[in-house]
Design a protein around this ligand. Sequence first.
Ligand SMILES: NC(=O)C1=CN([C@@H]2O[C@H](COP(=O)(O)OP(=O)(O)OC[C@H]3O[C@@H](n4cnc5c(N)ncnc54)[C@H](OP(=O)(O)O)[C@@H]3O)[C@@H](O)[C@H]2O)C=CC1
Ligand SMILES: O=C(CO)[C@H](O)[C@H](O)COP(=O)(O)O
Ligand SMILES: [Zn+2]
Length: 341
Amino acid sequence: MLNQVYRLVSPRQIETQTVNENLGTDDIIVRPTYLSVCHADQRYFTGQRPPQVLSKKLPMALIHEAIGTVVRDPQGIFKVGDTVAMIPDTPFEKDPIIRENYLPTTKFRSSGYDGFMQEYVYLRRDRAVKVPDDFNLEMSAFLEMVSVGVRALMQLKETMDADDQSLGIWGDGNLGYITAVLAKSIFPDTKLYIFGRHQEKLAYFSFADETYVVDSIPDDLTISQAIECTGGAGSAIAIDQIINHIKPMGTAILMGVTEEPVDINTRDVLAKGLILQGTSRSGREDFEKAIEILSASPEAQSYLQNLIGITKTVTTIPEIIDFFDMDLANSWGKAVMHWKV
Ligand SMILES: NC(=O)C1=CN([C@@H]2O[C@H](COP(=O)(O)OP(=O)(O)OC[C@H]3O[C@@H](n4cnc5c(N)ncnc54)[C@H](OP(=O)(O)O)[C@@H]3O)[C@@H](O)[C@H]2O)C=CC1
Ligand SMILES: O=C(CO)[C@H](O)[C@H](O)COP(=O)(O)O
Ligand SMILES: [Zn+2]
């Protein structure tokens, strides 16, 4: 069946490419409905990745945060009309130790493989998770990012020592906010401190125990565990502040993506016996866990709806490009496209 795929062919240049699709025995067909933009998409859209990376990855459809409506399931397991979250992480093998999102053979949509900016997505059925009927659709568009926050917190839980007194999250944006909302459910008795750059963003973290602007953190403040959700140029100072304020033998989960290597004060990492652990992307079970947590907490759903930033119905390629530009200029929240292309 011929399918229209909207691919980034070079920075800021999106073209329709017609692809002849075959429906595999274990596939379903999904019509994307709500798509949410990630920093990773913007790094490709604006050409912030090195030229040799761009030439390897492009052309490809962007977007890995999306929900859609099932239009066909040959096995009849999904009902036509079901809303599903689409999982961009696509493993092709199982490993007894390495999680699917860390396997080198796993494909990740919108990172070298077509993302969800398509007329229809031909999806392996295990890459679709039913979205509860009472979930807000625009909030559900970024369930992938929620699943990434779940992954980080699960890794923290598996790795950290017994000190669960306090958790510090560096980063007052989308990822920090989502991870903080989830932390209230996963570590309900742990004091939650947020460290950011913008008082007006920190104001959204009303559920946290304390918020700090990073240039005025009390010198004697200590935290048990930490998660870095900054990325870019800001992550070096964030990691340095974490190393300074975390208690000995604490664990710091690193989530922010940088294009350049980051200097780390290894002397203090050694002296304090710290664990630094990276986390990237998520697997099916993290999507299921995210939906389980949100289903049990209307309050968490309500907080996440505060993260819905700009929303717009897009019907043409120029409107897609305008929307990406609007996202770049937007300071708070996730940009969610209602996909009518
Ligand atoms: N590991 C994973 O699987 C995933 C990683 N990411 C990555 O996470 C990072 C954050 O994404 P997102 O939340 O959407 O981005 P946002 O821009 O929404 O949020 C980042 C926030 O952190 C602030 N910040 C920058 N430096 C510091 C610092 N040193 N201390 C405290 N706050 C700081 C930024 O301020 P300012 O804007 O002024 O710099 C900004 O407000 C990105 O690199 C993104 O690619 C995203 C999704 C999944
Ligand atoms: O956003 C993310 C997951 O939600 C990851 O940071 C993103 O997938 C990294 O991909 P790339 O290496 O292509 O930047
Ligand atoms: Zn992402």
